[in-house]
Design a protein around this ligand. Structure first.
Ligand code: GLC
Length: 555
């Protein structure tokens, strides 16, 4: 039978988070430490009702694939009521499901089925802005003295007329929109249809905490918080200064340094507020979206680890894929982590080009091996496990509002990562019975779940084996890390827990390499991204083929 249809009972292994929690004496609470997380973009996972768009029953129907992969938790991108100007990141009702995706009952069924398989469910919480169709904004815009008048970022025009300051939208153009009805401007960090809430208003904080509780009571296991570092803005509304490093080809917003609109003093108090709400419910996890350097992102754990459990680390997306760079990242990150904090790594998401295209097919396998052997919770973006490449979207089929506002910026088209999941070789890749909302990636006849499940050399098999290995070896799931080398295209590190030692050696280049790794001498290769080398014993020097990575069990 196809892997997507495996019954829950077929996946009865003890989940890694349970083993990890047991080993650490944490009684199952901190499941997110030993876990592997899988991001699902509901529009593009599986279409159960033949409208070309994925939906919640579609996800439930394909949980067999998620279980077959072996992950512990799913983060679902937004499925809430929305006019879909930013494909669900413009929420008009935080506590309901958009009819496009199904009903609350469908979500309950998804949560129940996932939990029956020991898979946790994390929702996407979008607190920075609402849709302009949200009842809060519709009320707020009517006057300067209605009950929601100060829920959004309203300002009078600048003294000489025009917008109050120079803040820009992340999606191109100015960040201020004039509202005739109220006679004021409002700020929007993203689309004009996504007005920013005023998080200095305690009523906003309280209302949003109730949104979290609504879902936690329904049984969800936590949240990924959208653009968490954007929530507060400068209370003096000062201009952002010019960015001397701006280069043509970058989004226009980068002409300014976002020092008055992002990562503001006081933000951690808001994060801690979310965390306190989550702590009212057992075993929950708080993940924050932040494109920040290691030092700043580590601040979001909170001094007493009372902030995010996992502030997302996007350095594999932001930085060049080079052995020296990644080695330095590991060391910088480990040094910046507060005591007891747990790291995490992300290779791709719905906002960036596919890793198979960014790094190339061969290196995407090496990167998968890094992601799943690194110290830190890995997040896998749906489709990366089959090696899906970036989509090719003809101009008349572009859907992404960012791309529409600022066409042609290389690497900033987000549709390319949002193309449908490819399940089989049929006409619409088994995703739908009709033309999907975005085109399939060319070559879906071979790049799909069904074909790859049957191929021992496929990307899907590599992902499954890596996840299984991570589950089986506490050194990989929760052990310490020590960088051995990061030079001459080779990145090697040791993961240790108690007596267990596992060495990982990765060739980030396309030429063969010999690397001296006395620490691994006498060890046995248990997995290679390339040739079949299982069981091979290594000496003081390890040879790596082009684009090859190996996992060596040392003790
Ligand atoms: C985050 C989301 C992105 C969205 C934006 C505005 O970056 O990942 O998809 O457009 O926030 O909500």
């Amino acid at each position: 039978s196809s892997p997507a249809c495996l019954p829950a009972a077929a996946c009865g292994m003890v989940p890694a988070w349970r083993q990890a929690a047991g080993a650490l004496g944490m009684g199952g609470g901190e499941w997110w430490r030993g876990a592997v997380i899988y991001q699902i973009y509901p529009r593009s996972f599986f279409d159960s009702d033949g409208d070309g768009v994925g939906d919640l029953p579609g996800i439930t129907g394909r949980l067999g694939h998620v279980a077959y992969l072996g992950v512990d938790g799913i983060w679902l991108s937004p499925f809430f009521t929305s006019p879909m100007k930013d494909f669900g990141y413009d929420v008009a009702d935080y506590c309901d499901v958009d009819p496009l995706f199904g009903t609350l009952a469908d979500l309950d069924a998804l949560i129940a089925d996932a939990h029956a398989r020991d898979i946790r469910i994390l929702l996407d919480f979008v607190p920075n802005h609402t849709s302009d169709q949200h009842p809060w904004f519709r009320e707020s815009r009517t006057s300067r003295d209605n009950p929601k008048a100060d829920w959004y970022m309203w300002r009078d025009p600048a003294p000489g007329g025009g917008p109050p300051n120079n803040w820009r939208s992340m999606f191109g153009g100015g960040g201020w929109k004039w509202c005739e009805e109220r006679g004021q401007y409002y700020y929007h960090a993203f689309l004009a249809e996504q007005p920013d809430l005023d998080w200095r208003n305690p009523a906003v904080v309280a209302a949003m905490h109730e949104v979290l509780r609504f879902w936690l009571r329904r049984g969800v296991d936590g949240f990924r918080v959208d653009v968490i570092w954007h929530l507060l803005k400068d209370p003096q509304w000062r201009d952002n200064p010019p960015n001397p490093d701006f280069r043509p080809g970058e989004p226009e917003v980068r002409k300014l340094l976002q020092i008055r609109t992002c990562d503001q003093p006081g933000i951690l108090d808001l994060v801690k507020g979310f965390r306190r709400v989550l702590d009212e419910f057992p075993d929950t996890a708080l993940i924050g979206e932040l494109y920040l350097d290691f030092e700043r992102l580590c601040g979001y754990y909170g001094e007493a680890l009372d902030g995010c459990h996992l502030p997302f680390n996007f350095h594999l997306i932001m930085d060049p894929w080079r052995a020296d760079v990644v080695a330095r990242s590991i060391e910088t990150y480990e040094a910046a982590l507060p005591k007891g904090a747990w790291p995490n790594w992300v290779l791709g998401n719905h906002d960036n080009g596919r890793v198979a295209s960014r790094f190339g097919r061969g290196q995407a396998r090496v990167a998968a091996m890094f992601l799943l052997t690194a110290r830190g919770t890995p997040t896998i973006f749906q489709g990366d496990e089959i090696g899906l490449e970036s989509g090719v979207i003809p101009p008349d089929l572009v859907r992404d509002p960012q791309e529409k506002n600022e066409p042609g910026l290389p690497g900033h088209d987000r549709d390319i990562a949002r193309t449908p999941m490819q399940w089989d070789a049929t006409r619409f890749a088994g995703f739908s019975t009709v033309e999907p909302w975005l085109p399939l990636v060319p070559g879906h006849e071979t790049c799909n779940v069904a074909v790859e499940a049957a191929d021992p050399r496929s990307m899907l098999t590599l992902y499954r084996r890596l996840i299984a290995l991570r589950r089986a070896r506490p050194a990989l799931a929760i052990g310490d890390v020590m960088v051995l080398t990061g030079a001459n295209d080779v990145l090697a590190y040791m993961r240790c827990r108690g007596d267990e030692r596992v060495c990982i050696a990765l060739n980030l280049g396309a030429s063969p390499r010999e690397v001296a790794l006395p620490e691994a001498a006498g060890g046995r290769i248990v997995l290679s991204t390339g040739l079949d080398r299982d069981g091979e014993t290594v000496g003081e020097t390890v040879s790596l083929g082009p684009d090859e990575g190996v996992v060596i069990e040392v003790a």
